[in-house]
Design a protein around this ligand. Structure first.
Ligand code: AOF
Ligand code: ZN
Length: 375
């Protein structure tokens, strides 16, 4: 943040408008295909208070881009105005001309940007188009907040794999469940809704076969109004032990279910499951273990940018051990669950090295802490 070479600087109004733009951008997170959900505000400040004359978010499916939508709404009012964009305006020709060009054509006089686009077709070129046209450009305004909001897109662009959130719900006695006896409620109804919302914003949720056998989970989003937003459900199931009678398989015709297995295509169990609508991603396995980095690379190639790992302990440990976790979503319940418990690989007292806490919230009697990987 701060002064740009052309001598102008970033104001409090700039930061407030960018914060508003970042909030707006979250509206379509997870729903813009391989595109990030970007937002644009067109603002006129005539000395007697600023007015937003155009708003845009990247449309569902990824096009049109945010700038075009906002400029359309602003019309002639865009001339001489400031545009706040959460990502560097694009410089490439897609279904429409570059957004940087559209901003020039519309006659805006200043563009304030949060994050720089790592897309090689854009990176730096968007700014160059604007500056060459004599527009004042401010970059890096609330860049970290914007990067947090676009973490899925940025991880996929930079690391060629999806952004991975490890979600854990831990009891006061440090457990994620009991060894026997099915699902135990570690946290309350408010957390359950939050977790379903996380699912809706992810492209895939992933669990190990142990969780399927122990809990018979559904892994869908069951929030009223968002029931059509369930992500692809993925099970790490090398030996194909997912029962055809499980809730996951019974629902496979409605919500996609992928079983990551090293079993060959002609395996009879695979035939039965395939007939129920189950799909099998290509899996690289060595010594009968699934190679997680390759699996994630394949997910990214299939357009999956955000994966939530939902359990259990062994699956969580493998993702952590392979350094494949970007964010930890840790919910802590107030109750002890007791008995023969499964110890959580992460607790607030034992956070893996390389993560810093970025958030804290209370949901009723439960608590939420979020940790981000520092790279
Ligand atoms: C913008 N504004 O709202 C978004 C941008 O496949 P295309 O042609 O839509 O281009 C995708 C790229 O556009 C994507 O990789 C990223 O660089 C940029 N996304 N750019 O100016 C937007 N969503
Ligand atoms: Zn664009």
């Amino acid at each position: 943040m701060g002064s740009e070479p052309d001598g102008t600087s970033v104001t409090t109004l700039d930061r407030r408008m960018m914060a508003a733009a970042i909030r707006l951008s979250k509206r379509n997170t997870g729903r813009t295909a391989s595109n990030p959900s970007v937002a644009t505000l067109i603002v006129r400040d005539e000395g007697n208070g600023a007015a937003i004359v155009g708003r845009g978010v990247t449309a569902l499916g990824g096009r049109p881009h945010a700038e075009t939508v906002a400029l359309d709404e602003a019309g002639e009012a865009a001339r001489g105005a400031t545009a706040y964009v959460t990502l560097e305006p694009c410089a490439h020709h897609g279904r429409t001309p570059p957004c940087a060009r559209a901003l020039v054509e519309a006659g805006v006089s200043r563009v304030v940007v949060a994050a720089t686009d790592p897309d090689p077709r854009v990176s730096g070129r968007g700014y160059a188009i604007l500056r060459e046209a004599g527009i004042t450009v401010e970059t890096g305004v609330l860049a970290e907040d914007a990067a947090h909001a676009m973490a899925d897109y940025l991880t996929q662009r930079v690391h060629h794999r999806p952004h991975v959130t490890l979600k854990l719900a831990v009891s006061a006695d440090g457990a994620i469940g009991r060894r026997t006896g099915g699902q135990v409620a570690v946290t309350g109804a408010l957390v359950r809704a939050q977790v379903h919302l996380l699912r809706a914003r992810s492209h895939a949720v992933l669990v190990g076969i142990g969780t399927v056998l122990a809990d018979d989970p559904e892994l869908t989003c069951r929030i009223e109004g968002l029931k059509d937003r369930s992500p692809i459900r993925v099970v790490l199931d090398r030996r194909l032990r997912t029962p055809p009678s499980s809730k996951l398989v019974r629902d496979a015709g409605r919500v996609p279910l992928w079983l990551a297995s090293t079993r060959p295509a002609e395996d009879p169990a695979r035939r039965v499951l395939a007939a129920a609508g189950v799909r099998f991603p290509a899996v690289v396995g060595s010594n009968d273990a699934i190679a997680l980095p390759e699996l994630l690379e394949d997910f990214a190639a299939a357009g999956i940018q955000a994966v939530m790992v939902e359990g259990g302990a062994e699956t969580a440990r493998s993702f952590l051990a392979e350094d494949l976790v970007d964010r930890i979503a840790l919910y802590t319940g107030a109750k002890n669950i007791g008995g023969d418990t499964v110890t959580s690989p992460v607790t607030m007292e034992a956070v893996p090295e390389g993560f810093v806490q970025t958030r804290f919230m209370r949901y009723g009697g439960d608590e939420y802490r979020e940790y981000e990987r520092i790279r």
